[in-house]
Design a protein around this ligand. Structure first.
Ligand code: PLP
Length: 379
Protein backbone atom coordinates (compact mmCIF):
# COMPACT_ATOMS: atom_id res chain seq x y z
CA UNK A 1 0.00 0.00 0.00
CA UNK A 2 1.18 3.52 -0.78
CA UNK A 3 -0.30 5.94 1.73
CA UNK A 4 -0.64 9.45 0.31
CA UNK A 5 -3.31 10.80 2.65
CA UNK A 6 -1.24 12.43 5.39
CA UNK A 7 -3.59 15.45 5.50
CA UNK A 8 -6.40 13.11 6.60
CA UNK A 9 -4.22 11.53 9.25
CA UNK A 10 -0.71 10.20 9.73
CA UNK A 11 0.65 6.93 11.11
CA UNK A 12 1.69 6.92 14.77
CA UNK A 13 5.46 7.43 14.98
CA UNK A 14 7.43 4.88 17.05
CA UNK A 15 8.65 7.66 19.42
CA UNK A 16 5.02 8.58 20.07
CA UNK A 17 4.05 4.98 20.68
CA UNK A 18 6.94 4.55 23.13
CA UNK A 19 5.98 7.67 25.11
CA UNK A 20 2.33 6.68 25.23
CA UNK A 21 3.16 3.12 26.28
CA UNK A 22 5.19 4.38 29.22
CA UNK A 23 2.16 6.35 30.44
CA UNK A 24 -0.37 3.60 29.67
CA UNK A 25 1.69 1.07 31.58
CA UNK A 26 2.83 3.06 34.57
CA UNK A 27 1.29 6.52 34.89
CA UNK A 28 -2.42 5.94 35.36
CA UNK A 29 -3.19 8.65 37.92
CA UNK A 30 -5.80 11.35 37.50
CA UNK A 31 -3.98 14.70 37.17
CA UNK A 32 -6.51 16.25 39.57
CA UNK A 33 -5.68 13.78 42.36
CA UNK A 34 -3.48 15.08 45.14
CA UNK A 35 -1.57 11.84 45.83
CA UNK A 36 1.69 10.72 44.22
CA UNK A 37 0.03 8.95 41.25
CA UNK A 38 -2.01 12.07 40.53
CA UNK A 39 0.99 14.35 40.87
CA UNK A 40 2.95 12.21 38.43
CA UNK A 41 0.13 12.46 35.86
CA UNK A 42 -0.15 16.22 36.48
CA UNK A 43 3.58 16.64 35.86
CA UNK A 44 3.25 14.73 32.54
CA UNK A 45 0.44 17.05 31.42
CA UNK A 46 2.30 20.20 32.48
CA UNK A 47 5.49 19.02 30.79
CA UNK A 48 3.49 18.45 27.57
CA UNK A 49 2.00 21.92 27.88
CA UNK A 50 5.46 23.47 28.23
CA UNK A 51 6.73 21.54 25.19
CA UNK A 52 3.82 22.66 23.00
CA UNK A 53 4.08 26.30 24.12
CA UNK A 54 7.79 26.33 23.50
CA UNK A 55 7.27 24.85 19.99
CA UNK A 56 4.76 27.64 19.33
CA UNK A 57 7.45 30.07 20.48
CA UNK A 58 5.52 31.51 23.41
CA UNK A 59 6.43 29.82 26.72
CA UNK A 60 4.30 32.39 28.59
CA UNK A 61 1.17 31.65 26.56
CA UNK A 62 -1.86 29.58 27.59
CA UNK A 63 -2.60 26.12 26.20
CA UNK A 64 -5.85 24.23 26.66
CA UNK A 65 -5.75 20.53 25.78
CA UNK A 66 -8.81 19.40 23.82
CA UNK A 67 -10.12 16.28 22.10
CA UNK A 68 -8.62 17.42 18.79
CA UNK A 69 -8.62 20.14 16.17
CA UNK A 70 -12.40 20.21 15.87
CA UNK A 71 -12.90 20.95 19.54
CA UNK A 72 -10.09 23.51 19.53
CA UNK A 73 -11.76 25.33 16.60
CA UNK A 74 -15.19 25.19 18.25
CA UNK A 75 -13.80 26.48 21.52
CA UNK A 76 -11.90 29.27 19.77
CA UNK A 77 -14.74 30.53 17.62
CA UNK A 78 -17.53 30.28 20.15
CA UNK A 79 -15.45 30.92 23.26
CA UNK A 80 -13.60 34.00 22.00
CA UNK A 81 -16.63 35.60 20.34
CA UNK A 82 -18.83 35.07 23.39
CA UNK A 83 -16.16 36.39 25.75
CA UNK A 84 -16.09 39.63 23.76
CA UNK A 85 -19.83 40.08 23.29
CA UNK A 86 -19.70 43.39 25.17
CA UNK A 87 -17.39 44.84 22.51
CA UNK A 88 -19.40 43.79 19.48
CA UNK A 89 -21.29 41.07 17.69
CA UNK A 90 -19.40 40.65 14.42
CA UNK A 91 -17.04 37.90 13.38
CA UNK A 92 -15.20 37.14 10.17
CA UNK A 93 -14.09 33.81 8.76
CA UNK A 94 -12.54 32.93 5.43
CA UNK A 95 -14.64 31.01 2.93
CA UNK A 96 -12.13 28.14 2.81
CA UNK A 97 -12.09 27.33 6.53
CA UNK A 98 -12.59 23.77 7.73
CA UNK A 99 -16.15 22.97 8.76
CA UNK A 100 -14.90 22.92 12.36
CA UNK A 101 -14.69 26.73 12.04
CA UNK A 102 -17.54 27.39 9.59
CA UNK A 103 -20.17 25.53 11.55
CA UNK A 104 -19.50 27.13 14.96
CA UNK A 105 -19.63 30.48 13.13
CA UNK A 106 -23.06 29.49 11.77
CA UNK A 107 -24.13 28.53 15.30
CA UNK A 108 -23.09 31.99 16.50
CA UNK A 109 -25.17 33.57 13.73
CA UNK A 110 -28.20 31.92 15.34
CA UNK A 111 -27.17 33.50 18.66
CA UNK A 112 -27.37 36.93 17.06
CA UNK A 113 -23.80 37.43 15.83
CA UNK A 114 -23.24 38.85 12.36
CA UNK A 115 -20.88 36.64 10.35
CA UNK A 116 -18.95 37.75 7.27
CA UNK A 117 -17.19 35.26 5.01
CA UNK A 118 -14.20 36.73 3.22
CA UNK A 119 -13.34 35.12 -0.09
CA UNK A 120 -10.15 33.85 -1.71
CA UNK A 121 -8.52 34.20 -5.13
CA UNK A 122 -8.15 31.36 -7.64
CA UNK A 123 -5.11 30.03 -5.74
CA UNK A 124 -7.10 29.91 -2.51
CA UNK A 125 -5.34 32.94 -0.98
CA UNK A 126 -7.44 35.19 1.28
CA UNK A 127 -8.35 38.53 -0.30
CA UNK A 128 -6.69 40.84 2.21
CA UNK A 129 -8.34 43.94 0.75
CA UNK A 130 -11.76 42.37 1.29
CA UNK A 131 -10.78 41.53 4.86
CA UNK A 132 -9.68 45.13 5.41
CA UNK A 133 -13.07 46.34 4.14
CA UNK A 134 -15.00 43.83 6.25
CA UNK A 135 -13.44 44.57 9.67
CA UNK A 136 -15.31 47.13 11.75
CA UNK A 137 -15.03 48.35 15.35
CA UNK A 138 -17.79 45.77 16.15
CA UNK A 139 -15.64 42.89 14.91
CA UNK A 140 -14.58 40.74 17.83
CA UNK A 141 -12.89 37.86 16.04
CA UNK A 142 -11.26 37.08 12.70
CA UNK A 143 -10.51 33.42 11.97
CA UNK A 144 -8.29 32.50 9.03
CA UNK A 145 -6.59 29.11 8.77
CA UNK A 146 -2.80 28.94 8.43
CA UNK A 147 -2.84 26.31 5.67
CA UNK A 148 -5.75 24.77 3.85
CA UNK A 149 -6.31 21.04 4.26
CA UNK A 150 -7.58 20.46 0.71
CA UNK A 151 -5.23 22.48 -1.50
CA UNK A 152 -2.45 23.31 0.96
CA UNK A 153 -2.44 27.06 0.28
CA UNK A 154 -0.68 28.96 3.06
CA UNK A 155 -2.52 32.10 4.09
CA UNK A 156 -0.94 35.49 4.81
CA UNK A 157 -1.87 35.21 8.48
CA UNK A 158 0.62 37.82 9.74
CA UNK A 159 -1.00 40.43 7.47
CA UNK A 160 -4.53 39.24 8.33
CA UNK A 161 -3.72 39.40 12.06
CA UNK A 162 -2.46 42.97 11.69
CA UNK A 163 -5.70 43.98 9.93
CA UNK A 164 -7.79 42.40 12.71
CA UNK A 165 -5.75 44.00 15.47
CA UNK A 166 -5.91 47.45 13.92
CA UNK A 167 -9.67 47.35 14.76
CA UNK A 168 -9.20 45.73 18.16
CA UNK A 169 -10.39 42.28 17.02
CA UNK A 170 -8.79 39.01 18.09
CA UNK A 171 -7.21 36.79 15.45
CA UNK A 172 -7.55 32.99 15.49
CA UNK A 173 -5.84 30.63 13.09
CA UNK A 174 -6.57 26.95 12.54
CA UNK A 175 -3.01 25.60 12.36
CA UNK A 176 -4.06 21.94 12.33
CA UNK A 177 -2.44 21.28 8.94
CA UNK A 178 0.52 23.63 9.21
CA UNK A 179 1.84 23.16 12.73
CA UNK A 180 5.20 21.42 12.65
CA UNK A 181 5.41 21.77 8.86
CA UNK A 182 5.43 25.51 8.21
CA UNK A 183 6.89 28.16 10.54
CA UNK A 184 4.53 30.43 12.40
CA UNK A 185 4.92 34.20 11.98
CA UNK A 186 7.34 35.98 14.33
CA UNK A 187 6.01 36.68 17.80
CA UNK A 188 4.67 40.19 17.16
CA UNK A 189 2.54 38.89 14.24
CA UNK A 190 1.57 35.60 15.85
CA UNK A 191 -2.19 34.93 16.08
CA UNK A 192 -3.91 35.43 19.44
CA UNK A 193 -5.24 31.87 19.21
CA UNK A 194 -4.15 28.73 17.35
CA UNK A 195 -5.83 25.34 16.94
CA UNK A 196 -3.63 22.25 16.89
CA UNK A 197 -4.24 18.54 16.41
CA UNK A 198 -1.86 15.68 17.20
CA UNK A 199 -2.86 13.12 14.58
CA UNK A 200 -1.63 15.17 11.64
CA UNK A 201 1.89 15.04 13.11
CA UNK A 202 2.32 11.35 13.86
CA UNK A 203 0.51 11.69 17.17
CA UNK A 204 -2.65 9.95 18.34
CA UNK A 205 -6.17 10.79 17.21
CA UNK A 206 -8.54 12.45 19.66
CA UNK A 207 -6.16 14.99 21.16
CA UNK A 208 -5.35 18.57 20.25
CA UNK A 209 -4.95 21.95 21.84
CA UNK A 210 -6.00 25.56 21.70
CA UNK A 211 -3.19 28.07 22.24
CA UNK A 212 -4.10 31.50 23.55
CA UNK A 213 -1.79 34.45 23.90
CA UNK A 214 -1.28 35.47 27.53
CA UNK A 215 -4.19 37.56 28.79
CA UNK A 216 -6.66 36.49 26.06
CA UNK A 217 -9.99 35.67 27.71
CA UNK A 218 -12.24 32.86 26.54
CA UNK A 219 -15.67 31.62 27.62
CA UNK A 220 -15.63 27.85 28.17
CA UNK A 221 -18.00 25.88 25.95
CA UNK A 222 -18.09 22.76 28.12
CA UNK A 223 -19.24 22.71 31.72
CA UNK A 224 -18.11 20.36 34.48
CA UNK A 225 -15.06 20.19 36.70
CA UNK A 226 -12.37 22.86 37.02
CA UNK A 227 -9.93 21.16 34.61
CA UNK A 228 -7.62 23.13 32.35
CA UNK A 229 -7.86 26.19 34.61
CA UNK A 230 -11.67 26.16 34.38
CA UNK A 231 -11.52 26.53 30.60
CA UNK A 232 -12.22 22.95 29.47
CA UNK A 233 -14.00 20.58 31.82
CA UNK A 234 -13.10 16.89 31.67
CA UNK A 235 -10.31 14.70 33.03
CA UNK A 236 -7.26 15.24 30.86
CA UNK A 237 -6.50 12.35 28.47
CA UNK A 238 -2.98 11.87 29.76
CA UNK A 239 -1.75 9.18 27.30
CA UNK A 240 -3.01 11.21 24.32
CA UNK A 241 -1.51 14.44 25.68
CA UNK A 242 1.85 12.73 26.20
CA UNK A 243 1.57 11.32 22.66
CA UNK A 244 0.92 14.80 21.35
CA UNK A 245 3.97 16.08 23.19
CA UNK A 246 6.12 13.38 21.58
CA UNK A 247 4.74 14.25 18.13
CA UNK A 248 5.47 17.95 18.67
CA UNK A 249 9.02 17.22 19.86
CA UNK A 250 9.52 15.04 16.82
CA UNK A 251 8.36 17.71 14.39
CA UNK A 252 10.63 20.30 16.02
CA UNK A 253 13.56 17.88 15.61
CA UNK A 254 12.57 17.01 12.04
CA UNK A 255 12.43 20.65 11.05
CA UNK A 256 16.12 20.89 12.01
CA UNK A 257 16.78 17.68 10.09
CA UNK A 258 15.08 19.25 7.04
CA UNK A 259 12.35 16.61 6.79
CA UNK A 260 9.80 19.13 5.42
CA UNK A 261 12.31 19.99 2.65
CA UNK A 262 12.64 16.28 1.79
CA UNK A 263 8.83 15.93 1.67
CA UNK A 264 8.68 19.01 -0.57
CA UNK A 265 11.22 17.49 -2.98
CA UNK A 266 9.11 14.32 -3.25
CA UNK A 267 5.94 16.33 -3.81
CA UNK A 268 7.70 18.28 -6.57
CA UNK A 269 8.79 15.02 -8.14
CA UNK A 270 5.20 13.73 -8.08
CA UNK A 271 3.79 17.03 -9.35
CA UNK A 272 6.26 17.42 -12.19
CA UNK A 273 5.99 13.77 -13.21
CA UNK A 274 2.19 13.74 -13.27
CA UNK A 275 1.95 17.03 -15.15
CA UNK A 276 4.37 15.63 -17.75
CA UNK A 277 2.73 12.24 -18.09
CA UNK A 278 -0.97 13.05 -17.79
CA UNK A 279 -2.47 15.39 -20.40
CA UNK A 280 -4.95 17.95 -19.15
CA UNK A 281 -4.02 17.81 -15.47
CA UNK A 282 -3.96 21.04 -13.45
CA UNK A 283 -2.69 21.93 -10.00
CA UNK A 284 -5.17 23.47 -7.56
CA UNK A 285 -3.79 25.77 -4.87
CA UNK A 286 -0.94 28.24 -4.76
CA UNK A 287 2.04 27.33 -6.95
CA UNK A 288 4.59 28.05 -4.21
CA UNK A 289 2.87 29.20 -1.00
CA UNK A 290 1.69 25.69 -0.22
CA UNK A 291 2.18 22.97 2.42
CA UNK A 292 5.27 20.96 1.46
CA UNK A 293 3.40 17.65 1.25
CA UNK A 294 0.15 18.71 -0.43
CA UNK A 295 -0.65 18.27 -4.11
CA UNK A 296 -4.24 18.78 -5.25
CA UNK A 297 -4.64 17.94 -8.93
CA UNK A 298 -7.64 17.99 -11.22
CA UNK A 299 -7.81 15.43 -13.98
CA UNK A 300 -10.43 16.71 -16.42
CA UNK A 301 -12.77 14.04 -17.75
CA UNK A 302 -12.70 12.02 -14.51
CA UNK A 303 -14.61 12.36 -11.28
CA UNK A 304 -12.50 12.45 -8.16
CA UNK A 305 -14.50 9.63 -6.55
CA UNK A 306 -14.01 7.25 -9.51
CA UNK A 307 -10.29 7.96 -9.56
CA UNK A 308 -10.01 7.49 -5.79
CA UNK A 309 -11.62 4.05 -6.04
CA UNK A 310 -9.51 3.05 -9.06
CA UNK A 311 -6.32 4.14 -7.26
CA UNK A 312 -7.39 2.34 -4.10
CA UNK A 313 -7.66 -0.88 -6.12
CA UNK A 314 -4.03 -0.30 -7.18
CA UNK A 315 -3.02 0.14 -3.52
CA UNK A 316 -2.70 3.94 -3.54
CA UNK A 317 -4.57 5.83 -0.80
CA UNK A 318 -5.56 9.38 -1.74
CA UNK A 319 -8.48 11.64 -0.99
CA UNK A 320 -10.98 13.86 -2.72
CA UNK A 321 -10.91 17.13 -0.81
CA UNK A 322 -11.74 17.08 2.89
CA UNK A 323 -11.93 13.63 4.49
CA UNK A 324 -15.00 14.65 6.44
CA UNK A 325 -16.91 15.17 3.19
CA UNK A 326 -15.98 11.83 1.64
CA UNK A 327 -19.08 9.83 0.96
CA UNK A 328 -20.98 13.03 0.24
CA UNK A 329 -21.56 14.19 -3.30
CA UNK A 330 -21.32 17.86 -2.39
CA UNK A 331 -18.61 19.63 -4.37
CA UNK A 332 -15.71 20.88 -2.25
CA UNK A 333 -16.53 24.27 -0.72
CA UNK A 334 -12.84 25.15 -0.97
CA UNK A 335 -12.51 24.55 -4.73
CA UNK A 336 -15.88 26.23 -5.25
CA UNK A 337 -14.72 29.29 -3.27
CA UNK A 338 -11.65 29.40 -5.55
CA UNK A 339 -14.15 29.70 -8.44
CA UNK A 340 -12.65 26.82 -10.38
CA UNK A 341 -14.63 25.48 -13.35
CA UNK A 342 -17.08 22.69 -12.47
CA UNK A 343 -15.08 19.94 -14.25
CA UNK A 344 -11.94 20.97 -12.37
CA UNK A 345 -13.82 20.79 -9.06
CA UNK A 346 -15.29 17.40 -9.95
CA UNK A 347 -12.03 15.83 -11.09
CA UNK A 348 -9.92 16.83 -8.11
CA UNK A 349 -7.74 14.46 -6.10
CA UNK A 350 -5.59 15.32 -3.10
CA UNK A 351 -2.24 13.61 -2.68
CA UNK A 352 -0.68 14.36 0.69
CA UNK A 353 2.81 13.17 1.51
CA UNK A 354 4.52 12.92 4.86
CA UNK A 355 7.61 11.84 6.73
CA UNK A 356 7.13 8.16 5.77
CA UNK A 357 6.80 8.78 2.02
CA UNK A 358 9.67 7.36 -0.04
CA UNK A 359 11.16 8.07 -3.46
CA UNK A 360 10.36 4.53 -4.55
CA UNK A 361 6.68 5.08 -3.70
CA UNK A 362 6.58 8.24 -5.81
CA UNK A 363 8.31 6.42 -8.67
CA UNK A 364 5.66 3.67 -8.50
CA UNK A 365 2.89 6.29 -8.41
CA UNK A 366 4.34 7.85 -11.55
CA UNK A 367 4.05 4.49 -13.28
CA UNK A 368 0.57 3.62 -11.98
CA UNK A 369 -1.39 6.88 -11.87
CA UNK A 370 -1.12 7.94 -15.57
CA UNK A 371 -2.33 4.48 -16.60
CA UNK A 372 -5.26 4.63 -14.15
CA UNK A 373 -6.31 8.12 -15.26
CA UNK A 374 -6.24 7.04 -18.90
CA UNK A 375 -8.36 3.99 -18.11
CA UNK A 376 -10.90 6.02 -16.10
CA UNK A 377 -11.10 8.63 -18.86
CA UNK A 378 -11.78 5.94 -21.46
CA UNK A 379 -14.50 4.23 -19.38
N1 PLP B 1 -8.95 21.89 10.83
C1 PLP B 1 -8.35 21.44 9.73
C2 PLP B 1 -7.73 22.41 8.79
C3 PLP B 1 -8.27 20.06 9.47
O1 PLP B 1 -7.67 19.64 8.37
C4 PLP B 1 -8.87 19.17 10.39
C5 PLP B 1 -8.85 17.71 10.14
O2 PLP B 1 -8.95 17.26 9.01
C6 PLP B 1 -9.48 19.70 11.54
C7 PLP B 1 -9.51 21.05 11.72
C8 PLP B 1 -10.10 18.79 12.57
O3 PLP B 1 -9.11 18.20 13.36
P1 PLP B 1 -9.44 16.85 14.19
O4 PLP B 1 -9.48 15.74 13.18
O5 PLP B 1 -8.29 16.72 15.15
O6 PLP B 1 -10.72 17.05 14.89
Amino acid sequence: MIYLDYNATSPIHPDVRASMSRVLDGNYGNPSSLHAAGREAREAVEQARRTCLSAIGDPAGQLIFTSGGTEADNLAVKGLARALKQKGNHLIVSSVEHHAVLQPAEALREEGFRVTEVGVDRHGVLKLEDLRNAVTPETVLVSVMHANNEVGTIQPIAEAAAIARAQGALFHSDAVQSFGKVSLPASSDRPDALSLSAHKLGGPKGVGALYLRKGVKIAPTQQGGPHERNLRAGTEGVPGIVGMEAAVRLSVREEKEKVPARVLALREMLEKGLLEKVPDAVVNGHPTQRLPGTLNLSFRGCTGETLLIALDLEGICVSTGAACSSGSTEPSHVLTAMRLPADQVEGSIRFSLGRGTTREEIQRCLQIIPRVVERVRRA
